[in-house]
Design a protein around this ligand. Structure first.
Ligand code: NAP
Length: 257
């Protein structure tokens, strides 16, 4: 993103991890609604490539280099947004990793709680949880300048303690995980705590589960397209002042925590 200052009344949205997958589709849909969209990408070139492709499709889209686990990069990104736009209306905390999430050839699952590598758990929490706090706190001063600030945390059905603790429920086949699933449950808790703190400031904060989406993160085994998964994210990013806060939603409606 250039340093050129264009403080604007235009609605500005930042999507972390938007160079591919669900975040990319969210960015496309927000741009199609006329928002100025900032593609957060930890790799500058991947971010520029994604932004250029969206500009070619006539969106007002810019890349911001942003590794959510790098405090210096997070602060630099906030400064760039401040200098260029002066405010932020929508923050989508989408960047996330599974840590692995794969079943090995020996059929041993590397996130099984009893055998998990603690360094992997730390790495997953660093991105999926601590990264969200870092980015949110860096962007909050800019969000507070918006007349209608919205924060959407991209979570997962796997975050739901209610759904995953039901041995007869539709998620009973999910493999036990000490990394990804708890990181998303922690994201749920954070969503509620931020929503509670920011309610008085009319910042609406919600978590969404996009469903099982065809992306690199699951080796393209998902049955939804990124555009389908993105739709609920965009819906919560664009709710009106009477919309929910401290909620958890899928495309089908509210989800239990
Ligand atoms: P994806 O295609 O792998 O995209 C993940 C994005 O996050 C990529 O842009 C990746 O950047 C970025 N990222 C990873 N670590 C980052 C970091 N430290 N800083 C900044 N960006 C980082 O995965 P996805 O399926 O679209 O996942 C997006 C979100 O949806 C995640 O939070 C995921 O947990 C959630 N989700 C996905 C599904 C699903 O079925 N796909 C279901 C439920 C929830 P690089 O390109 O540089 O790696």
């Amino acid at each position: 993103m250039s340093e050129q200052t264009t403080h604007t009344n235009q609605n500005v949205a930042l999507v972390t991890g938007a160079n591919k997958g669900i975040g990319h589709a969210v960015a496309q849909q927000l741009a199609a609604r006329g928002m100025t969209v900032l593609i957060g990408a930890r790799d500058a070139q991947r971010g520029e490539d994604a932004a250029a492709a969206m500009r070619a499709a006539r969106g007002d889209v810019h890349a911001v280099t942003l590794d959510v686990t790098d405090p210096t990069a997070v602060q630099a990104a906030a400064r760039q947004v401040e200098q260029r736009f002066g405010h932020l209306d929508v923050l989508i905390n989408n960047a996330g990793i599974t840590g692995s999430g794969q079943v090995s050839p020996q059929d041993a699952y590397d996130q099984a709680p009893s055998t998990v590598d603690l360094d992997m758990v730390r790495a997953v929490f660093e991105t999926n949880v601590f990264g969200v706090i870092a980015v949110t706190n860096a962007m909050l001063p800019l969000l507070r300048r918006s007349p209608a600030p919205r924060i959407v945390n991209v979570s997962s059905h796997a975050a739901s303690l209610t759904l995953t603790s039901d041995p007869d429920g539709p998620f009973a086949t999910l493999l036990p995980s000490a990394a990804y699933n708890p990181s998303k449950s922690a994201l749920s808790a954070l969503t509620v705590q931020y929503a509670n703190e920011l309610r008085k400031d009319s910042v609406l904060v919600n978590a969404v589960a996009p469903g099982y989406v065809d992306t690199d993160s699951n080796n393209h085994t998902g049955h939804l397209t990124p555009a389908q998964g993105a739709a609920v994210v965009v819906r919560l990013a664009t709710i009106g002042a009477d919309g929910p806060t401290a909620g958890f939603f899928s495309a089908d409606g509210p989800l239990p925590w």
